[in-house]
Write a protein that binds this ligand. Structure first.
Ligand code: ZN
Ligand code: ZN
Length: 265
């Protein structure tokens, strides 16, 4: 099949790659009908990550189920589906608690939780900027859509764009009718279940894990245009630690990443 392959900083190519196949009984293969180029893809394209050459990009995918493994019961061949960008098992501790983006099973890298299609450090999964995509744990990771071809562009937003915007709005405490100049540079944390000032794409919230009393938010700053050689790890990062206080997470230090400005991209 044809797929968009990462070749190095600022170099991608449409190449012939092996067709994906059912590798586990819980897999499905989806024929891609629409896929997006995400702003997050630019982190890899511009050489700001350690993504390996040969990776097929694309985590905002939808299509029609082409094949399913023997253990797939809910999803059927021919179903029109959205493919949420996170890959979750559905049965680990974090998945059962609703934190499917921090699935403990789908990323084989020690110490890293959570997986995604076609993305740096998110597991060995190719993306869907391709003719076909392998989807692990298909019954968990596929969202069935109405059959047909209507509203294709609208449904394509369901894999990342719309839920990411929704999640950010929730974290910022926005409600219908609110007017704010910027929801991304809060300097005063609002007491919510997760810190509200670190959800820019340059920050990674490494928790919370189920039952833990503390966690951390690491914000990565990549200065200037990517003129440095790729993959040297030249970006600066700041880690702010948080502890649970009552039902909310709060920073252990007043110097949060927001107040030091380290969240800036
Ligand atoms: Zn995306
Ligand atoms: Zn899981």
């Amino acid at each position: 099949m044809k797929a968009v392959v990462y070749k190095g900083p600022r170099r991608v190519a449409v190449e012939e790659v092996p067709d994906p196949a059912i590798q586990a009984p819980t897999d499905a293969v989806v024929r891609i009908t629409t896929t997006n180029i995400c702003g997050s893809d630019l982190h890899m394209y511009e050489g700001r990550t350690g993504v390996e050459q040969g990776k097929v990009l694309g985590h905002e995918n939808m299509g029609v189920v082409e094949a399913v493994g023997d253990a797939v019961g809910r999803v059927k061949v021919g179903d029109r589906v959205s493919v949420p960008f996170n890959i979750a098992c559905g049965t680990c501790r974090n998945c059962l608690n609703g934190w499917t983006s921090f699935c403990l099973r789908t990323n084989p890298t020690e110490g890293v939780d959570g997986a995604a299609y076609g993305y740096a450090n998110m597991g060995p999964y190719d993306g869907g900027q391709a003719e076909y995509l392998r989807v692990p744990y298909a019954d968990v990771n596929l969202l069935e859509l109405p059959p047909g071809t209507e509203h294709e562009n609208d449904f394509a937003m369901l894999s990342d764009i719309f839920p990411t915007g929704w999640h950010g709005t929730e974290l910022a405490g926005m409600r219908p009718g609110d007017r704010r100049r910027s929801a991304t540079r809060r300097t005063t944390p609002r007491a919510r279940s997760t810190p509200s000032w670190c959800w820019t794409t340059s920050c990674r919230w490494s928790g919370p894990r189920a039952g833990s009393a503390s966690s951390a938010c690491t914000c990565r700053r990549t200065p200037g245009p990517p003129t440095r050689p790729p993959n040297r790890g030249g970006s600066a990062s700041t880690t702010a630690r948080f502890s649970r206080r009552g039902s909310a997470w709060a920073p252990d230090s007043a110097r949060s990443c927001a107040t030091t400005g380290s969240c800036a991209t």
